[in-house]
Design a binder for this molecule. Sequence first.
Ligand SMILES: [Zn+2]
Ligand SMILES: [Zn+2]
Length: 284
Amino acid sequence: MMFWRIIHRAMLLVICSLTICGIASCEAPAQGLEVYFLDVGQGDATVILCDGEVMMVDGGPPSASQFIYSFLRNTLQVDHIDVMIATHPHADHVGGLAAALNACSVDVLYTSETNYDTKAWQSVLKYADAQGTPVIIPYPGDTFSVGEATVEILGPLWYHNSLNDLSLIVKVIYGNTSFLITGDAEWEAEHDLLDAGIDVSADVLRVGHHGSNTSTGYQFLRAVAPTYAVISVGADNTYGHPDEDTLSKLADADVTVFRTDQLGTIVCKSDGQQLVFEASKGKP
Ligand SMILES: [Zn+2]
Ligand SMILES: [Zn+2]
């Protein structure tokens, strides 16, 4: 028995070190997952680091451009993004992505709609084109890896005229922990997923549409059943985000809520089992 145990352990060691070398550089061991919800004012920007690989989901409004550039290059010391996602081309989600394309080489840009004629979006497409980054509309059900994390595209399942309902809906799974990012998807898109029986459950929900009352329906929230929620929202914004209705739904569901307008940039670290939150402005 003892003999087999030793052999088994030795084989595991070999397999682990091979896997690590295959993912990134050989000197970079598995470091866990870090999800940064950036304080970009009224907008959404999330950067995910896993085992030396980088995914960015949205880039905040144009006014956040300098912060995005500096956060990537100076704070995270990142000059390459493996996967960039623009959930949808509204300026509060893509305004800072041109700065990210300026700061980093980007392997691929996923989005839900390429044909949108605004200065902010056209600038993203121009910078992507300049460095030869392919712009791809993924299919629901597509999956890919960022380090040891698995990323699943859950939606949109159907075409919607509303750009918010056309948001890419992304689930990130790392060990036993998971994150759901819904962009600005509203009730219709949420119901599409529920009607199709898609597993939307997640430990952490980046709350849809900055906590607007047109997102985070009761049924959707019950199906996600998050322990934590992050709302990315500007202080005293003119939209009234987050809505009191959404906050009371989250409170009724016993969800611990973290807000970028109150806490600044928020980071959630996962070792595959446990989640730890830290914030730049005080304790969450
Ligand atoms: Zn939007
Ligand atoms: Zn938005």
